[in-house]
Design a protein around this ligand. Structure first.
Ligand code: IPM
Ligand code: SF4
Length: 427
């Protein structure tokens, strides 16, 4: 019988099976940030186990609130910083070099097809875009991962999403994943891996695939996984060219992780994107979605472009294309947080930052900040924000504030009109 991508990765990394269905896997990469890792570090210290299994396999960043905004966040940053120095973790990213973890780590080429990846962060599923098994975990698992380089998982079942058709104008990976979550619901993929297939996905850039996999957790998915292909190899080539004689050789190696044609799935779901339109959420759950054209008038106080979902260069280019030569509505505060310093710099060199500034946007340093309502754009009670992020829970971006999730194009169009707006007329 054939295997899914997750099954192949599980088999190749299996250390032991302590109970039927529970598999302890060897980890290729342990990712860390300053919100959840300090709790694990403090506990390891307390237990006399301040060690790391392999500093070269641990990558760490201060990204959620940076520069620190108060004593609490400064202490969290310091704990992570001191720990990284103490254990000679070379891939540690601090002020000047730091960006949103799920954008920064892939940009550095840390994630490869077939990898097992954990992080104390729910959007770790993003890295599945590379054909990896990447999962968010809690503090205990993180401690074990840091100490021993292993993690226990339940053998996941997999849902195959066969996504076909050409994306219509104004429709992007964000619309596709919002549509999928709307269709299966916020628990639709609980304890399941979401494996994405089909010509729509094959045609997507790595950035778009990351947007797609990023929101797997919003449907309860353990990990989103795309099939490694020539696009994956092209993205990784600067990092792997010493390892492989040619791109073809890299592709042949990475293709081993692709699911077999006769793999068995828990469910197979067909998604046709040909009739999709720009989508926005309208409630407090990510499965409450509607075509923008079908939404009632929704005035906005803020528009936020950024995050691990849609703060990459591709996203900034699309938003800038919509905003070029225009001003945002006077009633709206526009905030852009490029996800990494490299993205920021490239946007600067391409002239995108000028477009955003001339449109009236404020540009912040790369950080999560406003996405989780911690800094750089917290909403006041009763305020409404159109956002390219991934969570619209009540109060997510500030107590009593409302968030509507959408693509960068839709967010940009909405900034111009001061209410949720269809981007197609600006493209
Ligand atoms: C701070 C962190 C634990 C959290 C997460 O796990 O997702 C954050 O990144 C978020 O998006 O809410
Ligand atoms: S950008 Fe938002 S969703 Fe992504 S890791 Fe940061 S806080 Fe979490």
């Amino acid at each position: 019988m054939g295997k899914t991508t997750a099954e192949k990765i599980f088999e190749a990394h299996l250390v032991e099976e302590p109970f039927p269905g529970t598999k302890v896997l060897k980890l290729d990469v342990v990712l860390c940030h300053e919100i959840t890792t300090p709790i694990a570090i403090d506990d390891l210290i307390r237990r006399g186990k301040d060690r790391v299994f392999d500093p070269s396999r641990i990558k760490a960043v201060i990204d959620h609130v940076t520069p620190s905004k108060d004593s609490k966040t400064a202490t969290q940053a310091k704990i992570l910083r001191d720990w990284a120095r103490r254990h000679a973790i070379r891939d540690f990213f601090d002020i000047g070099a730091n960006g949103v973890c799920h954008a920064l780590f892939p940009e550095k080429g840390f994630i490869r097809p077939g990898n097992t990846v954990i992080m104390g962060d729910s959007h770790t599923c993003t890295h599945g875009a590379f054909g990896a098994f990447a999962a968010g975990i809690g503090t205990t698992d993180l401690e074990v991962g840091i100490l021993k380089g292993v993690c226990a998982f339940r053998q996941p079942k997999t849902i195959k999403f066969n996504v076909t058709g050409t994306l219509p104008k104004g429709v992007y990976a964000k619309d596709v994943i919002l549509h999928i979550i709307g269709k299966i619901g916020v628990n639709g993929a609980t304890d399941r891996v979401m494996e994405f297939h089909g010509d729509t996905i094959s045609a997507m850039t790595m950035e778009s695939r990351m947007t797609l996999c990023n929101m797997a957790i919003e449907a309860g998915g353990t990990s989103g996984i795309c099939q490694p292909d020539a696009t994956t190899v092209e993205f990784l080539w600067p990092f792997i060219q010493e390892e492989f004689a040619s791109k073809e050789a890299a592709l042949a190696e990475y293709s081993k992780w692709a699911a077999d044609a006769d793999a068995e799935y828990d469910q197979v779901i067909e998604i046709d994107v040909a009739t999709l339109q720009p989508i926005s959420t309208f409630g407090y759950k990510p499965d409450q979605v509607k075509f923008v054209a079908d939404l009632p008038d929704t005035p906005l106080d803020q528009v936020y472009l950024g995050s691990c979902t849609n703060g990459r260069l591709e996203d900034l280019r699309i938003a800038a294309h919509v905003l070029k030569g225009k001003r945002i509505a006077p009633t709206v505060r526009g905030i852009l947080s490029p996800a990494t310093p490299k993205i920021y710099q490239e946007a600067l060199h391409e002239g995108l930052i000028d477009i955003f500034m001339e449109a009236g946007f404020c540009i912040t340093n790369p950080t999560c900040g406003a996405c989780l309502g911690m800094s750089n754009g917290v909403l006041a009670e009763g305020e409404v924000c159109a956002s390219t992020t991934n969570r619209n829970f009540m109060g997510r971006m500030g107590k009593g504030g409302m968030v509507h999730l959408m693509s960068p194009a839709t967010a940009a169009a909405s900034a111009i009109e001061g209410k949720i707006a269809d981007p197609r007329k600006y493209l």
